[in-house]
Design a protein around this ligand. Structure first.
Ligand code: QAP
Ligand code: CO
Length: 167
């Protein structure tokens, strides 16, 4: 197990589209366990493989407060959406930035587990939002893409600077 480095906006690698997982092997299991470890260590509720610079369709989520309800989605697809709601989002790749985003209130997702077995998951509220947010990462999309140009410009300016300091 290892904590992996999380890419920060505006790193262009966050814009890469992730490809389908077709090998359900030991490498995949290591990736998944590292992703959970990285997410738990940074107090996150969701992490996509894209954020640790692995451009494969893998997502881990745990929205429980006691951190005991891990959910892993491989090759996830939203097959049903219902309703709309606005909720404050953040992202480990956009540290210190939180803002409201409108998304579907309920989703049904079809995915594979780490053994390649297909399953469906119906989610609402925070879990539904988190699933949509993480699947966006696999497409190279970030929650700040839904904000106004003005807000995005400010976020870009702020994080571009801290990125430079970090190098
Ligand atoms: C996505 O985000 C999400 O800025 C997961 O300094 C978030 O886990 C979906 C985090 C909210 C729905 C609602 C962000 C940790 C964690 C930060 C996260 C930070 C430390 C974000
Ligand atoms: Co995120």
């Amino acid at each position: 197990m290892a904590i992996r480095q999380v890419l920060h906006y505006p790193d262009p690698r966050l814009r890469q589209r992730a490809t389908l997982v077709d090998q359900f092997d030991a490498d995949l299991r290591v990736l998944i366990s590292d992703m959970f470890e990285t997410m738990y260590a940074s107090q996150g509720i969701g992490l996509a493989a894209s954020q640790v610079n692995v451009h494969r369709r893998v997502v881990v989520i745990d929205i429980s407060t006691d951190r005991t309800t891990p959910v892993c989605l491989i090759n996830p697809n939203i097959i049903h959406r219902e309703g709309f709601g606005e909720r404050e989002e953040g992202c480990l790749s956009v540290p210190g930035v939180y803002d409201l985003v409108e998304r579907a209130k309920r989703v049904t997702v079809r995915a594979q587990d780490e053994a390649g077995q297909e399953f469906m998951l119906a989610a609402d509220d925070l879990l539904a939002v988190c699933i949509q947010h993480e699947i966006d990462h696999l497409e190279g999309r970030l929650f700040i893409d839904y904000l106004s140009r003005l807000k995005r410009g400010r976020i870009h300016k702020k994080l571009e600077k801290t990125q430079r300091v970090a190098l």
